[in-house]
Structures are given as C-alpha cells and as structure tokens.
Write a protein that binds this ligand. Structure first.
Ligand code: NAD
Length: 259
C-alpha cells in the first residue's frame, strides 16, 4: 500500500510487452503495490533485464497463439493463477497514405494489436475465471477513439480493441471479470519520437515542427508520462473500480485531434 491506499498483496498480474516502455511502467507500479508480477515480451534482452529487476518473466510473441498458450501454462506454474491481465503489447505499424501501405505490414499491426489481445484473453480465461474479482485491462490509444491520418492500420486496430473490450465486459460480467481499456495520448518516450519522425517524413516537414504539434494536441500542451498510464491501470484493476466495466478511459490530457 502507498499514499493511494491501493494494495495488490496476494494479487497475480501478467503484463504483456512488460519488459520496456509503458508495459514496464505498469509492471513496476503493480509490483510496488505488492503484486506478484509476470512480464512477457518478444525482446529477449529486455526479458533478461526484467528478470534482473525481480520480475518473473518469459519471452513470447503475443501474435502467435501457440506461444501464448505456452505462456499461460508458464504463468499458471510460476504464479499459481492470475487475477489481472494487462494486454499492453501493441506496435505502431506503418505510416503513410493508405494506398502506399504494404498489406503484410497492415496485417502484422492487427496480428499484434488485436489478435494478440484475443489470444491472451482466450488462454488466460480459465485462470481469470478461477480468480476472485478478475480484471482485464486492454491498451487502446487516443487513436482508438479518434481518426489519425497516415496511421490507418494503427487507428483501426485500436478501435477494434475498444470493441473487444466493450463486448467482453458484457460476456464476462457474470464471471465477475471486469474488462476496461486505456486510451493513452502521446506518451513521452522513444516510441513517440520514432512515430514523430515517421510522420515528419510523410509530411515533408521538420521533426521539431511535428514534435511541437504532438505536444500541443493535448489541452495540457505536453506529453503524457508512462507512469500516468500505470496509475490508470492499477486503478482499473482494483476494487476502487469495482463498478467500472466496459469503459475506454482516456489518459491524454484531453486530446481532441490527432496529427
Ligand atoms: P513500445 O513500442 O515501446 O514497445 C514496448 C514493448 O513491446 C517492447 O519491449 C517490445 O519488445 C514489445 N513487443 C513488441 N511486439 C511484441 C509482441 N508481438 N509480443 C510481445 N511483446 C512485444 O510500446 P509502448 O510505447 O510502451 O506502448 C505500449 C502500449 O501502449 C501499446 O499497445 C501502444 O500501442 C499503446 N500506446 C502507446 C502510446 C505511446 O505514445 N507510446 C500512445 C497510445 C497507446
């Protein structure tokens, strides 16, 4: 427990793509609050550093159903069950006008961003059903409630996350499992820098100018921090949110338009 009054003692949490970026911030926050946390990531070196930081961890690609099935067996063996699944894995996908996009890159974006969440939920469900007050938190995006020119596969896949979230909130309500999504705005970190550079190339404009647009798309005129997303995740999976279900929670400083 900390000043928020939240405690996750005796709670078991899995964070996908949890070895870096927003996922690592989420995993760290749950761990600080006393949870037993398992992280998985496709990046072997990142998994090793997560293990060194005290997390149970394994390499897996969420877009491969066989790997996800095996992952859930490992989680069951190592944690002895699961209370909270955080479906954080998601890739930026290609940037460009739709007629220039490569079909394989389009499909890969959906394989990770939405099919990965389907596989993880499907194979974690026996553990979540056995848990008391199971919770699923799916990472969508501000691009999952607004359009985003030049990022059609990303935006479409993140809208799909909201549809999955709202549908499963109904399907799993009888099991006492709550399902919510988080829609972050632009989050400070290496990934947003790469996204801004790709957008600047597409528009033929200076990186600094596009970076400024990204900062000003929030009413707070700044980027969101990964810790802001982690705080929403621990709230949504907690008893404080016991009646919050099927929601897509924006953590974006109020973003009305994406560049
Ligand atoms: P990131 O690009 O920094 O990646 C974090 C981790 O994901 C990396 O360690 C990577 O190895 C792992 N990963 C990639 N593909 C994977 C796969 N197939 N299986 C397992 N792990 C995989 O991402 P991030 O910025 O931390 O974003 C996390 C989530 O938040 C994503 O779903 C993303 O779409 C969403 N999001 C991010 C932002 C942002 O500004 N960064 C904004 C809105 C939403």
């Amino acid at each position: 427990m900390d000043s928020t009054g939240l405690t996750y003692t005796d709670r078991k949490v899995l964070v996908t793509a949890g070895a870096a970026g927003i996922g690592l911030a989420i995993a760290t926050r749950f761990q600080e609050l006393g949870a037993a946390v398992f992280v998985t990531d496709i990046n072997e070196a990142a998994v090793e550093s997560a293990q060194a930081a005290g997390f149970a961890a394994a390499v897996s690609d969420v877009s491969d159903e066989d790997q996800v099935r095996a992952l859930m067996d490992t989680v069951a063996a190592e944690l002895g069950g699961l209370d909270v699944l955080v479906n954080n894995a998601g890739i930026a996908g290609p940037t460009g006008p739709i007629e220039t996009l490569d079909a394989a890159a389009w499909k890969t974006t959906f394989d990770v961003n939405i099919h990965g969440q389907f596989y993880c939920i499907k194979h974690a469900l026996p553990m979540l059903r056995a848990a008391e007050d199971g919770a699923i938190v799916n990472l969508s995006s501000a691009a999952g409630r607004l359009g985003m020119a030049g990022r059609s596969p990303y935006s479409a896949s993140k809208w799909a996350v909201v549809g999955l979230t709202k549908t499963l909130a109904i399907e799993l309500g009888d099991d006492g499992i709550r399902v919510n999504a988080i829609c972050p705005g632009a989050v400070n970190g290496p990934r947003i820098n790469a996204v801004i550079e790709a957008k600047a190339t597409m528009l033929g404009r200076p990186v600094a100018e596009v970076s400024d647009l990204y900062h000003r798309q929030s009413s707070l005129n700044r980027l969101v921090e990964a810790s802001d997303i982690a705080n929403m995740a621990v709230f949504l999976a907690s008893g404080l949110a016991r009646s919050v279900n099927g929601q897509a929670m924006a953590v974006d400083g109020n973003t009305e338009k994406l560049y």
